[in-house]
Design a protein around this ligand. Structure first.
Ligand SMILES: O=C(O)CCC(=O)C(=O)O
Length: 282
């Protein structure tokens, strides 16, 4: 795959560190993004997993639905999962060989970048579930300032079709928040920290995005996404989490573990093969 020589404006880097997120328009080839349609279809048509058994967005293809909220309002499903890159070459190329790691290195101002995980987040047409406000760091078994998530839409996304939304400046709040069930603000059991507070709508920014655009948010930034009220358009996104030079393993009590987390210790650098270095390319 081509190694694009992307140079971002200094204002993008400043914006990320000031606001906790940045919107980058037209920075990735839309045809590359749309080439992920088939891999996503393939991935989500394989067996889905009962979310209640494994925790949200950990097993491949969790159908996210809050057991306490009837989903009668919408017929669409919210299907999500992580770590497709491990077994699918298309996802591995997208997360590791595309222009994205180089973009992340510039935004995080990091000499090196490691892949933490990738994920698929599909809200079918007429999906009533909103993605609850949460901070990714509370699910991450890492600590450090240089950690972020890149959210890449395959469809036009607006506040009425499931746009990602951010609480500006929330990455500066050092309160550890408990991870939640992703479609409800109910915290995961046995996790530590505060409950994510109710977020006044005036604090929320929801950019409208098209294929070719992406957002990058800091791992502490509170964010969520709206329901997909479209009757005929899915809201498909690939979201990829990366870490930079200062990241260290930091196991968080109660947060879902991946198998390799059993073999690492707090303070270790991210050298495990399940956390590959993706920038610079050697
Ligand atoms: O796409 C969504 O619904 C939420 C995305 C998200 O929370 C993430 O990628 O961290």
């Amino acid at each position: 795959m081509t190694n694009f020589d992307i140079l971002l404006d200094e204002s993008h880097v400043e914006g990320f560190w000031r606001d906790g997120f940045v919107v980058l328009r037209n920075v990735i080839n839309p045809s590359l993004v749309l080439s992920m349609e088939e891999p996503i279809k393939r991935a989500i048509s394989s067996n889905s997993t009962d979310l209640t058994q494994l925790g949200p967005v950990v097993a491949p293809n969790s159908v996210l639905s809050d057991p306490n909220v009837p989903s009668s309002e919408g017929s669409g499903r919210f299907v999500a999962g992580t770590d497709y890159w491990i077994s699918d070459e298309d996802f591995a190329n997208f997360a590791c060989e595309s222009a994205i790691p180089q973009i992340v290195a510039q935004i995080l101002q990091s000499g090196s970048v490691w892949l933490y995980e990738d994920s698929i987040l599909v809200k079918e047409p007429n999906t009533a579930e909103e993605t609850a406000f949460h901070q990714d760091l509370s699910y991450f078994h890492v600590s450090g300032e240089q950690a972020c998530t890149v959210w890449v839409p395959l469809d036009f996304s607006s506040p009425s079709t499931g746009a990602i939304r951010f609480v500006k400046g929330s990455h500066k709040d050092l309160t550890p928040y408990r991870p939640n069930w992703f479609v409800s603000d109910e915290p995961l059991p046995n996790t530590v920290g505060e409950r994510v507070p109710q977020i006044p709508s005036a604090l929320v920014t929801a950019p409208t995005l098209s294929p070719g655009d992406l957002t990058i948010h800091h791992a502490r930034t509170l964010h969520g996404a709206s329901a997909n009220r479209s009757t005929d358009q899915s809201r498909r996104a690939i979201s990829i989490r990366y870490c930079g030079d200062d990241a260290r393993y930091h196991i968080r009590e109660g947060a879902p573990l991946k198998p390799h987390h059993e073999t690492v210790s707090n303070g270790d650098i991210l050298t495990h093969e399940r956390c590959p270095k993706v920038w610079p390319r050697t």
